[in-house]
Design a protein around this ligand. Structure first.
Ligand SMILES: [Fe+2]
Ligand SMILES: [Fe+2]
Length: 167
């Protein structure tokens, strides 16, 4: 796990339906990647893209947990990777255009996340990934924690650069 910062160590939280134990190999109404206002960081385009990332993350869960075939999960994971790549390029373009001082570090997180995702995807595609819980936990951590730390920092800084101070 590449995220050791912010003291966040918990995995997907099941705050509803009374389910607290996490992952089970059965059809479940639980939404793992649910959009909440706590994830919103106040940049319209980035927030919209994050919503889509969550939907794509959720779309990985069902085939990963419930399908005995590995191809559907690999295809969903690839869709998530493709969009994550677009989204990261969008953020990096914003950072470059604005001269964001934390841009290099932020871009390194993106590169590292993509690399890990691709590694997972190769394993899933080959049918060699036998730990769906670990993968879902990884997805959840990187989506939620990256949004809440590096992405939020970026948006706060962008707003501070606006002529009116972002107010
Ligand atoms: Fe982001
Ligand atoms: Fe980011």
């Amino acid at each position: 796990m590449i995220y050791g910062h912010n003291g966040a160590t918990t995995g997907p939280q099941r705050g509803h339906n009374g389910a607290t134990t996490g992952f089970q190999r059965e059809a479940s109404p639980v939404t793992y990647f649910e959009w909440t206002s706590a994830i919103e960081i106040g940049h319209t385009e980035i927030d919209e893209q994050h919503k889509r990332l969550l939907l794509l993350g959720e779309a990985v869960v069902e085939p990963l947990m419930n399908s005995t075939e590995h191809k559907p999960a690999a295809a969903q994971l690839q869709a998530l990777i493709d969009f994550a790549q677009e989204h990261f390029a969008f953020e990096e373009g914003l950072m470059r255009a604005a001269g964001y001082p934390g841009g290099d570090e932020h871009a390194k997180y993106h590169a590292s996340l993509l690399e890990e995702l691709r590694t997972y995807c190769v394993k899933v595609r080959r049918g060699g990934h036998t730990n769906p819980v670990g993968l879902i936990s990884f997805l959840w951590h990187w989506i939620i924690l990256h949004i809440g730390s590096e992405d939020r920092d970026l948006v706060v800084w962008l707003k501070s650069q606006e002529p009116d101070g972002g107010g």
